[in-house]
Design a protein around this ligand. Structure first.
Ligand SMILES: [Zn+2]
Length: 195
């Protein structure tokens, strides 16, 4: 057993915008009956700030016959990940060259030489140090901030605003597609996993 999550990350929201946009989306979800307005202790590590599934949450998911948790809104600088395992590969935003991040003969083990610079850049991103977030590409030699590299299977997403649905079955594509317009046309990334 474990807890499953699906997170929709707004990768364009700034630190200043995140709280306002998060509240706007929650107001929409409450109005639709997808989550409850009153925060409660319904999600893992939610500190009582989760929003339990509302009476019409079935309109957001493929199958509403299972037990369900609720929504937790992350506001603030966050590296979102898929919960378990290790990223397999990452693609340069300049030249589209792909860097493998695991050992060829032991694909469950990180390749420390390839992964090291990204690990350091992620730490830089966490600390808000813009210069330390840059990683140079081995193919084209240009550098890009770690949050602009494209992670295989959307293993990581970097942002200031994310919506995590705990223990809901697969979100409907049409539901996920409604987030971007409600976030002012911001790009969104969906990732999921298990803890
Ligand atoms: Zn490159």
């Amino acid at each position: 057993m474990g807890d499953y999550f699906q997170t929709i990350v707004d990768v364009d929201a700034t630190a200043e915008d995140a709280a306002r946009l998060g509240a706007k989306v929650v107001a929409w979800l409450v109005a639709e009956g997808i989550v409850e307005a009153e925060p409660s202790n319904c999600v893992l590590d939610g500190d009582g700030r989760g929003h339990a599934a509302g009476p019409r949450y079935g309109t957001a998911v493929h199958d509403d016959t299972y037990e369900n948790g609720g929504l937790y809104v992350h506001v603030g600088r966050t590296m979102f990940d898929s919960g378990q395992g290790h990223p397999e590969a990452v693609t340069c935003p300049h030249c589209s060259a792909r860097t493998e991040l695991t050992l060829a003969d032991q694909p469950w083990e990180p390749d420390d030489e390839a992964w090291g610079p990204f690990r350091g850049a992620i730490r830089g991103w966490d600390e808000g140090d813009a210069e330390a977030t840059k990683v140079g590409c081995r193919s084209c030699g240009r550098a890009a901030p770690v949050d602009r590299w494209r992670w295989k299977d959307d293993f990581f997403a970097f942002g200031h605003l994310g919506f995590t649905f705990w223990n809901w079955t697969n979100l409907r594509d049409a539901f996920v597609a409604e987030f971007s317009p409600r976030l002012g046309g911001h790009r969104t990334v969906e990732l999921g996993g298990k803890l």
